[in-house]
Design a protein around this ligand. Structure first.
Ligand code: NDP
Length: 444
């Protein structure tokens, strides 16, 4: 395989999908060497089959808003690869959603799910519908209209969606209700469900907690821990909230959180009580992070990212490409020791280069945020055996999975000088398992 040629070919065939090209380039450049040790892979053109999704569903979603207007959005489901298990991956509702973004997310998801050690393939879906500013009734009608089309393509052994940006417990609940009605079955086809109807304890917390468990493993390699460390968090949604919760619990200090309008900087630290306020503000009232600064009298910076503030650790937890080369240089100049990604692909390729050249601890999302899908996998298991595990049991399993992912990264990513290249480690480890499964299953 020549990574450059494969990428150029994909760019030519699938133009105008820059995020998809970016995600593929990152993986190909790190697995090329390992891949070429296996000439049997190239004989069956494994790489092209792994880069191009198995199939893509694209559909119209029509719903009626509170004023009686008929509205139309686009809906998608990308089923990327099911070599090691049913397609699995979240659904994103955000105005920016398009096919290229979902293809990048589904591609990444395939390697991430492979890393978790659980039997899950990769997929992703969503819509350019934005829940922001919509009433509960509008969100419900949209979710129902979305599921009216999607339901025929998913199932507990086929494809199991979950949440992502703009899709939390409320939206999963509405989609599950409609799925159940249409399929006339009560199965675990979606994860992230409410605890009363098949959801797993710790699923809401899992991505954020998992990121911090992974960070702890990284810090250990340098004889460090979280106590007293100042952390920058971006975002204030599901991942950001539970990342902050775990940092606070372990004695770290969170000084920033953000939303798409700007960020707050609280030098005294966001403590438990202030975090409760943010959770209420975001999850109940669906307000803006600016309101935190008004309530607690701290700095609010509109239209900016938090990466210019001084800290020990950065935890990007909002969206893709939210941390660029300049931000990375600022973080390094300010003495950051670790960056661990709660979001998917939040750092640009240039930012990643800056972190790796500075030899700081840097964990890509597909390793560090795999806790979310891992507990989704555990939710599938609990649904299958029709039992629910305790909070402690799920949390222990989550910790152990994050530890295993860290070990896999160390195994495949340690370089000659001892620096752990977590990007390479995660990509090679994730790739090898999928590749072996595809080889065993023949050319399909
Ligand atoms: P939420 O919708 O709960 O929160 C997203 C947060 O990011 C909000 O604060 C939102 O601000 C902000 N945000 C979204 N888009 C942008 C943007 N274009 N620019 C700036 N800020 C933005 O989503 P999640 O917390 O679930 O997801 C966050 C990230 O984590 C995503 O990259 C997702 O793919 C990833 N992830 C999520 C998992 C999960 O289990 N939920 C699992 C693994 C990864 P605003 O309110 O203004 O929109």
């Amino acid at each position: 395989m020549n990574a450059t040629n494969v990428l150029e070919d994909l760019k030519r065939r699938f133009p105008n999908e820059p995020e998809y090209h970016q995600a593929v380039e990152e993986v190909l450049s790190t697995i090329e060497e390992e891949y070429n040790k296996h000439p049997e892979f190239d004989k069956v053109n494994l790489i092209e089959r792994l880069c191009i999704p198995d199939r893509v569903y694209q559909f119209r979603v029509t719903w009626v808003d509170d004023q009686g207007n008929v509205r139309t959005n686009m809906g998608y489901r990308v089923q990327h690869n099911n070599a090691i298990g049913p397609y699995k991956g979240g659904i994103r509702f955000h105005a920016s959603v398009n096919l290229g973004i979902l293809k990048f997310l589904a591609f990444e998801q395939t390697f991430k799910n492979s890393l978790t050690t659980l039997p899950m393939g990769g997929g992703k879906g969503g819509s350019d519908f934005s829940p922001r500013g919509k009433s509960n009734a509008e969100v419900m009608r949209f979710c129902q209209a979305f599921m009216l089309e999607l339901w025929r393509h998913i199932g507990p052994e086929t494809d199991v969606p979950a949440g992502d940006i703009g899709v939390g417990g409320r939206e999963v609940g509405y989609m599950f209700g409609m799925y159940k009605k249409l399929s006339h079955e009560f199965t675990g086809t979606l994860t992230g469900k409410g605890i009363e109807f098949g959801g797993s304890l710790i699923r809401p917390e899992a991505t954020g907690y998992g990121n911090i468990y992974f960070l702890q493993e990284m810090l250990k390699t340098r004889g460090l821990d979280l106590k007293g460390k100042v952390c920058l968090i971006s975002g204030s949604g599901n991942v950001a909230q539970y990342t902050a919760e775990k940092v606070i619990e372990l004695g770290g200090k969170v000084v920033t959180m953000s939303d798409s309008d700007g960020y707050i900087y609280d030098p005294d630290g966001i403590d438990r009580e202030k975090l409760d306020y943010i959770m209420e503000l975001k999850n109940l009232y669906r307000g803006r992070i600016r309101e935190y600064a008004e309530k607690y009298g701290c700095k609010y910076v509109a239209g900016a990212k938090p990466w210019g503030e001084k800290a020990d650790i950065a935890l990007p937890s909002a969206t893709q490409n939210e941390l660029n080369g300049d931000h990375a240089r600022q973080l390094v100049a300010n003495g950051v020791i670790a960056v661990s990604e709660g979001a998917n692909m939040p750092s640009t390729p240039e930012a990643i280069r800056v972190f790796q050249e500075a030899k700081i601890l840097y964990a890509p999302g597909k390793a560090a945020n795999a806790g979310g899908v891992s507990v989704s996998g555990l939710e599938m298991t609990q649904n299958s055996i029709k039992l629910g595990w305790s909070k402690e049991e799920v949390d222990e399993r989550l910790k152990s999975i994050m530890k295993n992912i860290h070990e896999a990264c160390v195994k495949y990513g340690t370089e000659a000088d001892g620096y752990i290249n977590y990007v390479k480690g995660a990509n090679v480890a994730g790739f090898m398992k999928v590749a072996k499964a595809m080889m065993a299953q023949g050319i399909v």
